[in-house]
Write a protein that binds this ligand. Structure first.
Ligand code: T4K
Length: 371
């Protein structure tokens, strides 16, 4: 990475002194992991911030999702979307379940709820919808379908930290919602993740599975993994959570600037805040229609790259085209997802991105408009 490059994102960090103060007592106690004081403190803070019934912390967002699926003891098929990060599909497959790919809608790129029911079979056990880029899925319709067919709903909420829908914390919907606290996310614990859920009994199984399924000193009742958040990561989360509202507000300003500077161009679909959603401005994806815009996504991506602006093609390629699946899935069955994945580009967005840099990025994009 060249020092002057602008990356797609940059981790939010507290002042070093604040972090050092937070970890000082770890030197005194020598207690570094296994649900120590920082772990418990962050858990309490998140319970309040996310307005959730229960929160369980994890070593990363992927293990949160993978172990949530395992805790529910699902069988057969799981309906999900391929327009996501590898983690969503891998969590399903690594549980021995079969992903059944539903298309996305071309407006907010979440699961197309009008196509879910036709994919339900007598082998379907769950739906794993993704709040992609922090865009919230059609929660009411997903709930209706899940109730009708007796399916579990596990939201991949990796991008949706702190968001609200109709005034309610996003982690309160479905059977569980899995968040990522990776360094690249709106809220980070360096690496980390969490699951919000309502059912206490499910929580007991889930918390056991993140610690090898150990129930007591002489009892192991689940084939679990090691997915505990350590004390240093939890301490980072405690510090970052103190500043989160300010960080989200700064991201909002940047998004506003992008919308102001690109909003008049034809052939570039900008990310819009959804109705009834209190957003966290996770990502700023734009979709480029070559015919109307006058040049392709790949050309814009390359032009930005020449100026040291490292945008990304989140989420290209689709997970149902990954080589590890050896052609098992047909991406033509998810045509909107395929279309968007070939045209989307995610522009740099982080709290401290200077507005002059946003102007420079938009200047390059505008220079390529119908040039
Ligand atoms: N579900 C969804 C829908 C997800 O998007 C993700 C993760 C998950 C589940 C799983 O959650 P985790 O298990 O990861 O908690 C990144 C992240 O690694 C990944 O967390 C994220 N989604 C995915 C969308 O993006 P890369 O390979 O693109 O990251 P990388 O290393 O290229 O970093 C991107 C930019 O971020 C860098 O250019 C600079 C900046 N950065 C990166 C790191 C590592 C920092 O500023 N600080 C850092 O420490 O995957």
């Amino acid at each position: 990475m060249k020092p002057n490059n602008i990356m797609v994102t940059r981790s939010s960090m507290p002042d070093m002194e604040e972090y050092v103060e937070e970890i000082r007592e770890l030197w005194e106690s020598h207690w570094l992991t296994n649900m120590g004081v920082k772990h418990r403190k962050l858990q309490e803070m998140l319970l309040e911030y996310l307005e959730a019934d229960h929160v369980e912390l994890f070593t990363n967002g992927h293990m949160a999702l993978e172990l949530t699926l395992q805790s529910m003891n699902l069988q057969g098929e799981v309906i999900t979307t391929p327009f996501t990060f590898a983690s969503t599909t891998h969590a399903i497959v690594r549980n021995g379940l079969e992903p059944v790919f539903c298309d996305i809608n071309p407006v907010d790129f979440t699961i197309d709820v009008s196509k879910i029911e036709e994919l339900v079979t007598d082998r379907t056990s769950a739906i794993v919808p993704v709040h992609i880029y922090g865009n919230i899925c059609n929660i009411e319709e997903i709930e209706r379908i899940a109730d009708k067919y007796g399916l579990k709903v596990i939201y991949d909420a990796a991008h949706a930290f702190g968001e609200k829908y109709k005034g309610k914390g996003i982690g309160t919907f479905g059977d569980a919602s899995c968040f990522s606290f990776h360094a690249t996310k709106v809220f980070n614990t360096i690496e980390g993740g969490a699951v919000c859920f309502r059912d206490k009994d499910f929580g007991r199984i889930l918390s056991g599975l993140k610690n090898f399924g150990i129930k007591g000193p002489e009892e192991v009742d689940g084939v679990g993994a090691n997915a505990k958040m350590n004390e240093f990561c939890a301490a980072m989360g405690i510090c970052n959570l103190r500043h989160i509202d300010g960080e989200i507000a700064k991201r909002g300003e940047i998004v506003g600037k992008y919308q102001e500077l690109l909003g008049d161009l034809e052939g570039i679909q900008l990310s819009m805040v959804q109705k009834d959603v209190q957003t966290n401005y996770s990502y700023f994806p734009v979709v480029i229609d070559e015919k109307l815009f006058g040049c392709s996504r790949n050309e814009v991506f390359a032009e930005l790259g020449k100026s040291g602006i490292m945008a990304r093609k989140y989420f290209y390629p689709l997970t149902n085209t990954f080589g590890c699946f050896h052609g098992k899935y047909n991406p033509d069955q998810t045509p909107n997802a395929l279309h968007i994945s070939k045209r989307v580009i995610t522009l740099p967005l982080y709290a401290d991105l200077p507005l002059e840099d946003v102007e420079r990025i938009c200047g390059i994009i505008r220079k390529n408009y119908r040039k």
